[in-house]
Design a binder for this molecule. Structure first.
Ligand SMILES: [Zn+2]
Length: 168
């Protein structure tokens, strides 16, 4: 089933919810539809258009955006699916200081990389391989972490996620 982007009353993206959960929020009049893509949700008695973006009618306080979980998908999202060594589309995640050389599996030591650069670098240090990330990998914080955990982004979500990107 399709996922729906849930926004706070302030239009700040909160998370992705199932279409079923979104429809429940709409029925309870806790949210309004901002975007819909033509799909429909059928129950025994009625058919409801499935939204793709909904907004809560009340404000949810999000006091603290935690550290984003380190996952392959989140690394690709942080680095915009771009090899941090050469700028080509990235297909792999590389440890800047290889694990075999004591490098940590942490946000500060992983970058998205293309197969070519990853293959060239292997278990070498950046100085040995002559490959250095164009910018220092960092820990995503703040609202930017939300967009890393949404999973695949549906086209209709894009303009609402600009908020996250501006605060990256
Ligand atoms: Zn590359």
């Amino acid at each position: 089933m399709e996922r729906v982007l849930l926004l706070n009353a302030t239009f700040e993206p909160l998370c992705a919810v199932s279409a079923r959960r979104a429809v429940v929020l709409l029925f309870k009049e806790k949210a309004e539809v901002l975007e819909s893509d033509g799909g429909a949700f059928h129950s025994e008695k009625l058919t409801v258009a499935i939204p793709s973006v909904i907004r809560l009618l009340y404000y949810v306080k999000v006091p603290y955006y935690g550290r984003a979980n380190l996952s392959r998908r989140a690394v690709f999202a942080r680095d915009r699916w771009t090899c941090q060594y050469c700028g080509a589309p990235a297909e792999t995640v590389d440890h800047v200081v290889p694990r075999s050389r004591g490098g940590a599996h942490s946000w500060e030591n992983v970058v998205a990389a293309c197969k070519h650069c990853n293959g060239k670098k292997r278990d070498k240090l950046p100085s040995e391989a002559g490959l250095k990330p164009k910018k220092r990998p960092g820990v995503p914080r703040g609202p930017a972490t939300v967009s890393l955990e949404l999973g695949p982004v549906r086209p209709q979500w894009e303009r609402y996620l600009d908020y996250c990107r501006q605060h990256a």
